[in-house]
Design a protein around this ligand. Structure first.
Ligand code: B4P
Length: 185
């Protein structure tokens, strides 16, 4: 199975949910920029203070800030495989990531795109009830996704690395779909 991965998809598609399951089952390192940013917010660091307001508006945190966090984590990726969840979120982040992976000698093997209708995304996020999960903010996050993150779909498709997976249905069935897509069976 391919084990150096990136998860792409709209907010609420289940990137975090599926990433945690896949990493647990296959001993891969899970690196979620959303979780790392929320940890900074919870710890009340300067970085967290800067990120909090941006996240609660449904905007993307600045590339400089996210890259600083990611760079600090790359050294600890190990060689058992890894999954970058929610990063990169735009083309600039993707372009910054590539040389960093080359530098550590661990190129990306596949990009998993989780696809889901907006109505289901909205429903999932409203029931999740995180601080940044109210209807207006979610709508804005979906706009930001279309504008900034969705161009990555073509970016990775052109590189031949994109694998699309239908993210509708129960959690276990979606994990099975992802695993099949990554093993090519
Ligand atoms: P993230 O933490 O990445 O979260 P997300 O995109 O909102 O959700 P995800 O797709 O992981 O869905 P989840 O599994 O939780 O981003 C949050 C914010 O952080 C961003 O808006 C941005 O401000 C900032 N950020 C993060 N990375 C950044 C970057 N690289 N650059 C700049 N800013 C960045 O699933 C959603 C809900 O659905 C959960 O409640 C889950 O239990 C449920 N669910 C999942 N699968 C389901 C299923 N199959 N059926 C029913 N429910 C399901």
């Amino acid at each position: 199975m391919k084990k150096r991965l990136l998860f792409l998809g709209p907010p609420g598609a289940g990137k975090g949910t599926q990433a945690a399951r896949l990493c647990e089952q296959h001993g891969m390192k899970h690196l979620s920029t959303g979780d790392l940013l929320r940890a900074e917010v919870a710890a009340g660091t300067d970085l967290g203070k800067e990120a909090k307001a941006v996240m609660n508006r449904g905007e993307l945190v600045s590339d400089a800030l996210v890259l600083a966090i990611v760079k600090g984590q790359l050294g600890a990726l190990g060689d058992g495989g890894w999954l970058l969840d929610g990063f990169p979120r735009n083309v600039a982040q993707a372009e910054a990531l590539e040389p960093l992976l080359t530098e550590i000698g661990q190129p990306l093997e596949a990009v998993v795109l989780l696809e889901l209708d907006d109505a289901v995304l909205m429903e999932r996020m409203l029931s999740r009830g995180r601080e940044d999960d109210n209807e207006d903010v979610i709508r804005h996050r979906l706009e930001v996704y279309r504008d900034k993150t969705a161009p990555l779909i073509d970016h990775y498709r052109q590189k031949g690395q994109l694998i699309s997976v239908e993210a509708q249905g129960n959690i276990e069935a979606i994990t099975d779909r992802i695993q099949q897509a990554l093993t090519g069976s």
